[in-house]
Each structure stands twice: as C-alpha cells, then as structure tokens.
Write a protein that binds this ligand. Structure first.
Ligand code: RET
Length: 276
C-alpha cells in the first residue's frame, strides 16, 4: 500500500466520534451549527402560533410549506452538529488543499434538497402559479442541490468538481428565470405582487450568496476556512429561511383573504367550467 492510499484509508475510516471531536474543537464551526438549532427551535414555536387561525386551503398549504423550512433546518443542523452528516474528504490533485483531510459538512447540501423546494412551493402558491411552472422550479431546484452535493463529494478529479458546480449553476439559472420572469406576472394577476416582490428580491439576492460561498470556501478555491464558510452558510440560512419565512407567514396571517383560493391556479386564476 502506498503512503497516499494509506492516508486515504485512514481518512475514510474516521469514525463519527473523530468527526464530532473535530467539530467540537472548532468553536467557529460548532457555534455556527448550534446557533441555528436554537433559532430553528424558536422559529418553529413562533410559526405554530402564527398559523393557528389560518383556515383556507391555499393559505394552509403555504403555512405547512413554510413550517417545513425550520423543521428540515433543525434536523439538518442536528445532523451536522452530531457529526452524522459531516465527513473527512481527501481533496484531489489541483485543489488548493490537495491531499489534505478536509472536513466536509455534506449534509447541508443534502438537506437543501428538502428545504429549498418548500421555500419555492410557498412562493409559487403565493404567486398562485400553475402546476407546470411550480414543477419546473422545484425539479430544477432539486437538480441544483443534488449536483451541488456531487460537486462537494467528488474526490477523484478536481475538474469534475467544477463540472458539477457548473451543472448546478445551470439548474440554478432555471430557478432564477422562474422566480424573476414567470412568477412576478402570476403574482400581479393574483394580487400578491407587493409581498411577492419583497420575498423574490430577498430570495434571489441571498440564494446568489450560496454558490459564491461554495466557490470561496474549502470545497472550492479554499480562500475561506471551514468555520468561516459554515458561519457564512448559517448567516445566509438565518436570512433566507427564518426571516423569509417570518415575513411570508406574517403577511399570510394578516391577508388570508388574498390567498384564499384552492391553490396552484386551480381556484383563483383557472378557467371557469363550461356551463352545460
Ligand atoms: C451550490 C454549489 C453549486 C452551485 C450552486 C449552489 C447553490 C446553492 C443554493 C442554495 C440555497 C440554499 C438554501 C437553503 C435553505 O435551506 C449547491 C452551493 C448554484 C442556491 C436557501
């Protein structure tokens, strides 16, 4: 066995306790995870209280989708803080940290596959868009997260890490197109354009931060440490999930009449049935 493959075997055999120890000895990283667990807990209770009087089906669906954002988040961060969804990866030649054991919180990218579709579902319902458009946004978003996960996990080739990053960006462009071009027109027709406009800008600006952070962090060119990158994601998460969800739910609770159709363009903007 060569020295390199011995190191690789050691890295792959790092146990959960090794990973946990590494996380707990890195204050910046550990605090970025626990702050989010605490915040998600508070936000879940707050959202339960805010949604208790919501009755119409579309508003209820928006509320459930919004509730799922902190629910997925608390599970995601608990997975990271326990070391379950974090591992050591040996970066391929060509990477700035080539040959080094890099702590990879891959669980983040995995759980975005569940949380980001909920954000888009809530936004799509708010805009009262049609099913095809909602399906497009959500599937493109899932594509973005899964290929982002692949980009983070590939250790065989530096080039392929960036190829997957590029594919993920292409999926992201499709999501941005739907958010910036299709849904504003739907929201205008549905009478929700003001709140939709605010949430759209918040979402687009914050979501753009994620690929930038990925590229600058240890997964990409490694200009930022694991702890700083993790705080970057945690900060973006606080704004893109909790602040976003709070603004949305507060508006829905106060304007339930404006989102009282059955949802997905079926009730409010669908064609009237023939009178036969
Ligand atoms: C990655 C890297 C590959 C290229 C792109 C990315 C985009 C990620 C985004 C994540 C948004 C996450 C949110 C989570 C809330 O729970 C995967 C970083 C384009 C946009 C909002």
């Amino acid at each position: 066995m060569t020295a390199a493959s011995t190191t690789a075997t050691t890295v792959l055999q790092a146990t959960q306790s090794d990973v946990l120890q590494e996380i707990q000895s890195n204050f910046l990283l550990n605090s970025s995870l626990w702050v989010n667990i605490a915040l998600a807990g508070v936000v879940i209770l707050l959202f339960i209280a805010m949604g208790r009087d919501i009755e119409s089906p579309r508003a209820k669906l928006i509320w459930v989708a919004t509730m799922l954002v902190p629910l997925v988040s608390i599970s995601s961060y608990a997975g990271l803080a326990s070391g379950l969804t974090v591992g050591f990866l040996q970066m391929p030649p060509g990477h700035a940290l080539a040959g080094q054991e890099v702590l990879s919180p891959w669980g983040r990218y995995l759980t975005w596959t569940f949380s980001t579709p909920m954000i888009l579902l809530a936004l799509g319902l708010l805009a009262d868009t049609d099913i095809a458009s909602l399906f497009t946004a959500i599937t493109m978003d899932i594509g973005m997260c899964v290929t982002g996960l692949a980009a983070a996990l590939i250790t065989s080739s530096h080039l392929l890490r960036w190829v997957f990053y590029g594919i993920s960006c292409a999926f992201f462009l499709a999501v941005l197109y739907v958010l910036l071009v299709q849904w504003p027109a739907d929201a205008e027709a549905a009478g929700t354009s003001e709140i939709f406009g605010t949430l759209k800008i918040l979402t687009v600006v914050l979501w753009l931060g994620y690929p930038i952070l990925w590229a600058l962090g240890s997964e990409g060119v490694a200009l930022l440490s694991v702890g700083v990158t993790s705080w970057g994601y945690s900060g973006l998460d606080i704004l893109a999930k909790y602040v976003f969800a709070f603004l949305l739910l507060r508006w829905v609770a106060a304007n339930e009449g404006a989102v009282s159709g059955s949802g997905m363009g079926i009730g409010s903007s669908g064609a009237a049935p023939a009178d036969d």
